[in-house]
Design a protein around this ligand. Sequence first.
Ligand SMILES: NC(=O)c1ccc[n+]([C@@H]2O[C@H](COP(=O)([O-])OP(=O)(O)OC[C@H]3O[C@@H](n4cnc5c(N)ncnc54)[C@H](O)[C@@H]3O)[C@@H](O)[C@H]2O)c1
Ligand SMILES: [Zn+2]
Ligand SMILES: [Zn+2]
Length: 362
Amino acid sequence: MSREVVAAVVTEPGRPPELQKVRIDDPREGEVLIRLGATGICATDLHFSHMMSKPAVLGHEGAGWVEECGPGVTRFAPGDAVIATFARCGTCANCRAGEPAYCTRFDDLNFGGTRENGSSAVEFDGDAAYAHFLGQSSFATHMVVRESSLVDLPPGADPRAVAPYGCGLMTGAGAVLNVLRPGPTDTVAVFGAGTVGLAAVMAAAAAGARAVIAVDLSPERLALASAVGATHVVEAGGGDVVSAIDEIVPGGVDFAVESTGVGSVLTAAVEALSRRGTCAVVGIGSESTISLDWRTLLNGRTVTGVISGSSLPEVAVPDLLNLADAGRFPAEKLVRNYAFTDIAEAWEAARSGGVVKAVLQF
Ligand SMILES: NC(=O)c1ccc[n+]([C@@H]2O[C@H](COP(=O)([O-])OP(=O)(O)OC[C@H]3O[C@@H](n4cnc5c(N)ncnc54)[C@H](O)[C@@H]3O)[C@@H](O)[C@H]2O)c1
Ligand SMILES: [Zn+2]
Ligand SMILES: [Zn+2]
């Protein structure tokens, strides 16, 4: 059985999502039907909207309430407040080791556009739509999600207020707290001050790093970085970023986070490291190779890619919400809310960079 709901559908590559009627399946074995309360728009949605070869429902920062549970679902009941994250298989070695962001089937499950058996829970205009995006497809009033992609919210947490924790915030914060792990004597440079980079800034400040340097092209975003914990800012485009960082921290920073997805910025992020420094690569862009003098790596430097902050979402989301409750992760400063029906305006604000984190409210 299926029901008619409203979704924002990308009907052609690069075209903004538009509200359309779609049909969504009832939840099958191990699946849960969610009624969305809110969803963030992430840079990854914008990026993938250009690559869709068939009508697609994107969106992967959804939070809401359980509407209906499919057969075999044990952890949830109708009415539960939940936040959704990426899909995992749950059985591969990395999933079993508590590292589901490195699930060996991550790409199929999250970017394949279908369930494991090739079916789609969403039908548009009589055909199967590309759905299950990053385990979700949250640009819709309802979505069908695997039980293992859901995290139950702590009592009192409002799904409408927490949606971006499921991707952007968890990604940036996790790169710092799970991977780089700075201590009070350490220095951190964060390249890119969007949601991901600012989450990294907030996390580095919360971890007590001695210096937290934000780098961006936008003076407004750098001002926001200072407001959420950066000790220094560097305006890129205004000269040599690596020298500017070296002036702030002679010899280079212990840790860098690259969140722009721009190849030349990744090169700079590695060059800004101290000896034995580590750069976490998080950004996704259209470039696939970078130019790097490999002799810079010989000084004990490490470059490591990070998916979803290397997070175990059922641990990371409540931990970050606790940090936010304690006033040490002021993520609300990044958010502007829009009605779901105003997705065109929200999409353009996210695309142009006018808003850091656009959140659609249902
Ligand atoms: N690895 C993951 O699991 C994961 C998860 C979520 C998002 N992402 C990716 O992370 C990236 C950041 O996401 P976001 O939501 O923060 O995006 P965003 O577009 O809001 O932020 C990117 C920032 O980079 C800045 N920037 C662009 N070019 C620059 C340059 N040359 N020098 C300095 N700054 C520059 C922009 O001004 C912007 O503030 C995206 O590429 C996104 O696709 C990765
Ligand atoms: Zn995302
Ligand atoms: Zn797995």
